[in-house]
Design a protein around this ligand. Structure first.
Ligand code: ZN
Length: 295
């Protein structure tokens, strides 16, 4: 029961932050070479095992509240692409799960522990597999760098200090009890917790490198961001999630372009995959998503 309460509050807390995933990055470009960089370190109350358990619980909530697309061809395509990129991530050994949410909203989000959701609206927007790979790699980057549980840990300790539960957090056997105790007050923090700008910058940086290694055209990320920017001007409401608070796509494109210059990809041939075309064809034949008539 306590775990369920924790999931409920934490889910409420985390989801809005994932929804604005593309909106808040900026600042200095990441400079370490990908091969040498270690990510995912730093303060975290959760072991990887606990993080996966947490993500599993959140995913049940998400899938109860959101329509998951059941189409086999589309789901398989998205999962295969995701697994391929994840193999080249900094956290290749955890089980990843990729699913499509049947909604027109253009978005993607990751839960801790490798549960990643791509919205149908995003699949409809992308023009080639490298663009989709860019978004998926960004979400995989958040998982690999453990941004969700790191942010959550900070908030739990902050809340723990407020209610005196933080002392128990260091003792493993009491950790879950302490966390669930704290989680009861997490509603207070609703909307406060989100990925930091550094998290977003790191996820972009990881994504460029991951898709390069997975042999997608790393320029896909830049072309997609250009597209977001242009379309946002035309239909702002549809792209609200991506540009909610800090519309600094220019800065992110600049950072990504700088990273691209370090990669030796220009002589490579990126013909695109027939599977991508099959996926798009199938997508165009599906009945509209449940929320299609709402606006
Ligand atoms: Zn993000």
């Amino acid at each position: 029961m306590y775990i369920q309460r924790l999931r409920k509050y934490v889910c409420l807390l985390i989801l809005p932050s994932f929804l604005i995933c593309f909106s808040c990055a900026g600042g200095k470009p990441y400079t370490k070479p990908y091969e040498e960089a270690e990510v995912g370190g730093g303060f975290n109350l959760f072991s990887m095992e606990e993080e996966i358990k947490l993500g599993e619980g959140f995913s049940e909530e998400v899938e109860k509240d959101n329509p998951i697309l059941k189409d086999q061809l589309i789901t398989r395509y998205v999962d295969e692409m995701g697994q391929n990129i994840a193999r080249h991530s900094k956290q290749p050994d955890i089980p990843y799960h990729f699913k499509v949410v049947d909604t027109k909203a253009v978005n993607a989000f990751a839960l801790p522990g490798g549960y990643i959701y791509i919205n149908r609206g995003l699949l409809e927007l992308v023009d080639d597999d490298s663009e989709l790979a860019g978004v998926m790699a960004h979400e995989i980057g958040h998982v690999a760098a453990r941004h969700g549980t790191k942010q959550l840990s900070k908030q739990l300790v902050l809340a723990g200090i407020l209610i005196g539960a933080s002392e128990a957090i260091g003792r493993k056997s009491e950790k879950w009890g302490a966390i669930t105790q704290v989680a009861g007050s997490l509603g207070f923090f609703l909307g406060m917790m989100k990925y930091s700008r550094d998290d977003e910058r790191e996820a972009d940086w990881l994504a460029i490198n991951e898709i390069y290694l997975a042999e997608y055209n790393p320029e896909g990320m830049v072309t997609l961001f250009d597209k977001f920017k242009k379309l946002h001007k035309q239909t702002p409401s549809r792209f609200e999630q991506f540009f909610l608070s800090h519309p600094n796509a220019d800065e992110r494109i600049k950072n990504m372009s700088r990273e691209l210059n370090k990669l030796d990809y220009k002589g490579r041939d990126y013909p695109g995959s027939p599977q991508f075309n099959d996926m798009k064809k199938k997508l165009s034949k599906l009945p509209p998503p449940p929320d299609a008539k709402k606006s």
